[in-house]
Design a protein around this ligand. Structure first.
Ligand code: ZN
Length: 461
């Protein structure tokens, strides 16, 4: 007997929309049957049946860029921890996240993984870990192999902030990663440029949030993307994944590298597709909500990113979910460079992307590849995650294409006092989220048993 059968839905598979019923056994997709067949014939009944008439059945969302329970500086952590952040994820149609564990300045990678696995206990969706490197000494490079055996197959490097690596260190990590077959994910902005411009702005009394984007312009991102890609090409063609691309300046470097056959992959995030830099001009410190790095860009950059999603240059839309409450953002009331960086998205991503994607001519399948299939593939979780096929985990989202919702802070579950998408109207919304065959969320509420999330040992990509 099946555990669950979903009848009458339109399955969004990699090959297109399939009108079929779907059966779940032991947490996996056990059968996919053309509409009308008697699923109980010869197999027995299902314990539970869900009628998905009029709805799409999507593969669960895979968000490969989150910062839950992330310490920023003394007494400041990102607002969502693994408990609250994964409730928001589940209600918004995301069933798998990959969070960024972070090495301590003097610590080992093993220590960091232990700390992050401890934080993640009680998560409500499945989770993997990337590892952010703050050093590239021999001990760290040696440990990268141990990480792979523990299911951590991607390593992040920063070109900015206190944890930035020098070019020499970047070369060491890229070389090692190419050798191991792992993926390096890179936060690309030019540290020296930002430092210089910030000092100059502050000295001139330009301290408001609106100067945040002035301090780190698009070329500052493009320069760093170009540098990482050039360094990677000078190693043994280490595969590189550029996180949160915001602008033409970075995408054109990626296009060029890809045209030469380099294994380079690009991510963007909803904030760069839906929001623009005019928001920094809002009065009463409202612009601080949108202080994140890289910053929001122009409408022209947005359009460029949408084109890059359509033509396949950008493979993944993840969130960089890392909100801080307004009270903490106020630390930078008189100095934009002190505003904790980050915004919301873990719950809004799936509804925003399917709604706007369809309006812009992307098929349901094309959107599902950006938010589920491609990230699962690139980060070693496919075909267990990111697809609807027999044998895959039964991570499924029922999506009502006719349900119009106005996104408001008070309908969301993120543990912060705003959403970056207040007032956005989306056409279509998740009505049910299922993790390995268990219903987690229904009609905008978390209804599941807590703590069902499991750690995912990721394969090499
Ligand atoms: Zn990030």
């Amino acid at each position: 007997m099946y555990d669950l059968v979903i009848r009458n839905g339109k399955l969004v598979t990699e090959k297109g929309i399939v009108e079929a019923d779907l059966a779940v056994l032991d947490g996996c997709i056990a059968n996919i049957m053309p509409r009308g067949d008697d699923v109980t014939a010869g197999i027995g009944e299902a314990k539970e049946t869900i009628d998905a008439a009029g709805q799409y059945v999507l593969p669960g969302g895979v968000d490969v860029h989150t910062h839950l329970d992330m310490p920023l500086r003394d007494n400041i952590k990102s607002a969502d921890d693994f408990a609250t952040g994964t409730i928001a994820a589940a209600v918004g149609g995301t069933t798998t996240i990959v969070d960024y564990a972070c090495q301590e300045p003097e610590g080992s990678l093993a220590d960091a993984l232990k700390v992050w696995k401890e934080k993640a206990k009680g998560a409500n969706v499945d989770y993997g870990m990337h590892m952010s490197l703050v050093r590239a000494d021999d001990a760290t490079l040696n440990e990268m192999a141990d990480m792979v055996s523990q299911g951590v197959t991607s390593f992040k490097v920063y070109l900015v902030y206190g944890m930035r690596l020098s070019d020499e260190e970047l070369c060491r990590v890229l070389d090692r990663s190419a050798h191991l077959g792992t993926l390096v994910t890179a936060h690309c902005e030019n540290y020296g440029v930002i430092s210089y411009r910030t000092k100059k702005l502050l000295a001139a009394g330009k301290t408001d949030p609106k100067y945040h984007p002035v301090s780190r312009p698009d070329r500052c991102e493009g320069e760093a993307v170009n540098r990482v890609l050039q360094l990677a090409a000078m190693t043994d063609m280490a595969p590189v994944y550029i996180v949160h691309n915001t602008c033409r300046e970075s995408i054109k470097c990626i296009e060029e590298a890809r045209s030469m056959g380099h294994p380079v992959f690009a991510e963007t995030c909803p904030q760069y597709l839906f929001l623009d830099d005019s928001l920094y001009e809002l009065p009463d410190f409202e612009g601080a909500k949108y202080v994140m790095s890289p910053p929001l860009r122009s409408i022209a950059d947005q359009e460029y990113l949408w084109e890059a999603l359509k033509n396949g240059t950008i493979k993944v839309v993840a969130t960089d979910h890392c909100p801080f409450p307004m009270e903490q953002k106020k630390i930078g009331l008189h100095n934009f460079s002190q505003i904790p960086n980050g915004g919301t998205g873990i719950e809004e991503r799936i509804p925003l992307m399917y709604s706007e994607g369809r309006k812009r001519g992307l098929s349901m399948t094309a959107v599902s590849k950006l938010v589920s299939t491609n990230p699962a593939k690139l980060f070693g979780m496919y075909p267990r995650k990111g697809t609807i096929r027999i044998g895959s985990d039964a991570d499924l989202v029922l999506y009502d294409p006719d349900k119009q919702v106005t996104i408001r802070h008070d309908i969301l579950h993120e543990n912060v006092d705003y959403t970056c998408y207040e007032g956005f109207v989306v056409d279509g919304y998740p009505t049910m989220t299922i993790l390995r065959g268990q219903v987690l969320a229904k009609d905008g509420d978390f209804t599941g048993r807590s703590g069902l999330g499991q750690y995912i040992r990721r394969d090499l990509p």
